[in-house]
Design a protein around this ligand. Structure first.
Ligand code: UDP
Ligand code: MG
Length: 372
């Protein structure tokens, strides 16, 4: 069955075939191993569709993209992904996970899947969130390499060639970093603050501008599938796995269509959750803060004694009492809140519910829920 969106030979708006050829012959593609060069250094005949000389030996690639309010982007995403992936191996799969989008994302995914068996669809029963939708997509991915990217075309499909080429230098995971992040100023600001906070309070080191756009091996995907915790951040879990990781700076774009679903509050909640899931350092800091307050109170008591006995100054009035009362009550309440956060996470985990619930699938058979 033919589809109006199947013209994968037309160039994307920002990457024509010349641009793709440029990426393929760029430094990353040329500094790789012989094997890498055989796989990705392709002849770039101007105006001609690039062909893979030895696609029979190229690995299969699975692209996972979660979709929420991305109805206007999906056909273009598919078109540009086909154009790009065919450079490597025409035997690829694109797994689009509909995270219960209120737009008609699922209808478009079903149409794409009906016209091309390489497109696979996972329809979740409700909105579980981006990182759960990514987990669902990875559970179904069967490629030798798995790519994770946003479906709104902020991550440019053509850049995955550079990630792939970098991976051929001997890395298990390659992350895209966004030097020129095309997001609103406030969003960039709190994202930077969050990265610094995570770096200061947790064991992992998160590179500034790190995105979920990445490529990794089947082995990494297998280990990722084993991580079933409910408070999850794709990037932090991948970093925790600790395989050989590289970074490639990519061009970041504005959303192709629609609007972001991340409000400031949603992003803040996600940041807090990620912090709590990644580290127990806030608990340790609250203990230290408790001891510090006790030591300072003892010193203050000594000072009041000295003033009374040596300088004959009476204990100051009720102001100091009230101030210290409020201060201590604040510290205690904040500590209780921190403990409550961790307790809430323990409660979530003990229920052992699946990470996501699948309503229907396209071109896929159900994977065991043991994986979920
Ligand atoms: N997304 C999702 N579920 C959600 C919110 C977002 O699967 O509840 C997906 C969305 O389709 C996109 C990616 O996560 O592919 C990033 O979302 P968005 O563009 O809204 O966030 P931003 O780029 O502003 O961080
Ligand atoms: Mg986006």
């Amino acid at each position: 069955m033919s589809s109006p969106v199947l013209d994968a030979t037309a160039p994307g708006p920002e990457y024509g075939q010349d641009a793709i050829a440029q990426i393929l012959s760029s430094k990353h593609c040329q500094t790789g191993s012989d094997e890498a060069q055989r796989r990705v250094t392709l002849p770039a005949a101007p105006g001609k569709q690039l062909t893979t000389k030895d696609s029979w030996m190229s690995p299969m690639i699975s692209v996972v993209a979660p979709a929420y309010r991305c109805a206007g982007c999906l056909k273009e995403l598919y078109r540009r992904l086909c154009l790009t992936l065919e450079q490597l191996n025409p035997d690829f799969e694109i797994i689009l996970v509909n995270d219960a989008s209120p737009e008609n994302d699922w209808r478009i995914i079903s149409e794409l899947a009906a016209s091309d068996p390489r497109v696979k669809g996972v329809n979740l029963s409700r909105n579980f969130g981006q990182h759960f939708a990514i987990a669902a997509g990875i559970d179904y991915a069967r490629g030798d390499w798995v790519v994770v990217m946003d479906a709104d075309l902020q991550d440019q499909p053509e850049e995955l060639l550079r990630l792939y080429a970098k991976a051929q230098e001997g890395y298990d995971v390659v992350f895209a970093t966004r030097g020129n992040r095309r997001d609103p100023f406030l969003k960039k600001l709190y994202s930077r603050l969050f990265t610094r906070l995570i770096n200061a309070l947790s064991g992992v080191h998160v590179k500034e501008g790190l995105s979920n756009f990445s490529i990794f091996t089947l082995q990494v995907a297998d280990h990722f599938r084993a991580l079933r915790e409910r408070t999850r951040s794709f990037g932090l879990l991948m970093l925790w796995l600790g395989f050989r990781t590289a970074y490639v700076e990519v061009v970041h774009s504005t959303r192709y269509a629609g609007t972001t679903s991340y409000t400031f509050l949603k992003a803040l909640r996600f940041a807090l959750d990620s912090l709590v899931s990644q580290s127990d350092r806030p608990l340790r800091i609250s203990i230290k803060l408790g001891f510090l307050t006790s030591v300072l109170s003892a010193l203050y008591a000594c000072w009041l004694g000295i003033r009374y006995y040596i300088y004959s100054v009476n204990v100051a009035g009720w102001t100091s009492v009230i101030v210290s009362l409020f201060f201590l009550a604040g510290v205690i309440l904040a500590d209780l809140g921190i403990i409550g956060l961790y307790l809430g996470k323990v409660f979530e985990e003990t229920k052992r519910r699946p990470l996501y619930v699948v309503r229907e699938l396209c071109n896929l058979s159900r994977v065991s829920e043991a994986a979920s």
